[in-house]
Design a binder for this molecule. Structure first.
Ligand code: NAP
Ligand code: GLV
Length: 310
């Protein structure tokens, strides 16, 4: 039996082939589009599989996402939903995301983008300085990634809150949940970090109404998915001063098309979807663990709830 690998970048395949071979040398590794006999595919390890691909594999036992998010798989209208789907929860990636969030929150907190702009303009001007304990950070999504980032921001002294679907208890972090908790959470979020999964409930959540409920001059960090942002609402919010900065790692269309207004806006800072890249050597251990669990009829880890969409 074999695993079908399908990703967007070709150099990934070789790294994954080697990493998975170390864990499960007996498992044949087939790289899309060279599938061979579809009946021999037992597992699928995928990123943005084209619609219908997974449904064409009659003996598929488990679908594993190459990333923490699964929106790129759930968007397949022919997805065989009787097959369990697991997402990637790799501590290596969690550390990477927290590094990214801490870096962006610290630079926003200490006005680094403002000072860089001042330097370009030859301006010498001090901006108000405060300690982290006086800066209120709000994290949308208090799951694997949001929780770790929240704890580490807290350790730096920030005044941190999180928002999730169900109530959470994270030491030192104020927890808000559900639609009822959103208003109070937003009202205290001077730096808003999005680490939500992209679902029908969270799509376009970063929109004009939400921005209006933040303190004036708040900054946004979106490291989750481009679909969370109502793109047309961002530049007006920045130009009006309701938002001071937007740090974007993810976009609706990736790579961001040439000529997109985000490229040139002076208050938008961008990275090319690199906040927490999948790391084959560590991720292969996590993936192989689930493949073995599946074969041995043991409980799978990080199973996606098809109803909830994450
Ligand atoms: P996770 O463990 O599933 O956590 C998701 C969190 O969002 C949970 O706290 C969940 O609430 C909350 N949530 C979901 N739907 C909600 C709703 N309708 N209202 C309020 N809260 C809601 O996911 P994760 O591993 O932290 O990953 C989060 C996302 O990060 C991924 O889906 C992916 O899109 C993105 N990501 C981006 C990168 C990058 O490089 N930019 C890398 C990795 C991941 P409950 O806890 O109550 O269920
Ligand atoms: C990356 O975006 C992921 O979902 O892991």
């Amino acid at each position: 039996m074999a695993v079908l690998f399908r990703s967007s970048s070709s150099d990934n395949a070789q790294r994954w082939r080697e990493a998975l071979a170390r864990e499960m040398p007996e498992l044949e590794f087939r790289v899309w589009p060279v599938i061979g006999d579809p009946a021999e595919i037992e597992f699928a390890l995928v990123w943005h599989p084209q619609p219908g691909l997974l449904a064409s594999l009659p003996n598929l036992r488990l679908i594993a996402s190459l990333g923490a998010g699964v929106d790129h798989i759930l968007s397949d209208p022919e997805l065989p939903r009787h097959v369990p789907l697991v997402r990637l929860v790799d501590p290596y990636m969690t550390v990477a995301m927290s590094e990214y969030v801490l870096m962006q929150v610290l630079r926003l907190h200490r006005h680094e983008p403002d000072y860089a702009a001042q330097q370009r303009a030859g301006i010498w001007r001090e901006l108000p300085q405060s300690n982290a304990s006086e800066r209120r950070v709000g994290i949308l999504g208090l799951g694997e990634l949001g929780r770790d980032a929240a704890v580490k921001l807290r350790a730096l002294g920030f005044d941190v809150a999180g928002w999730s679907r169900t109530a959470k208890s994270v030491e030192g972090v104020a927890s808000f949940h559900g639609a009822d908790g959103l208003g109070a959470f937003l009202a205290r979020s001077e730096i808003l970090v999005c680490l939500l999964p992209l679902t029908s409930e969270t799509e376009n959540i970063l929109n004009r109404e939400i921005f209006a409920r933040l303190p004036r001059g708040a900054a946004l960090v979106n490291a989750a998915r481009g679909g969370h942002l109502a793109e047309a609402d961002l530049i007006p919010a920045l130009d009006s001063g309701q938002l001071s900065w937007a740090v974007l790692d993810v976009f609706r269309d990736e790579p961001l098309p040439a000529g997109h207004p985000f490229w040139r806006h002076e208050r938008i800072l961008m990275t090319p979807h690199v906040a927490a890249a999948t790391n084959p050597p560590t991720a292969a251990r996590v993936v192989a663990d689930n493949f073995r669990r599946c074969r041995e009829g043991r409980t799978l880890l990080n199973v996606v709830d098809y109803e909830a969409g994450y």
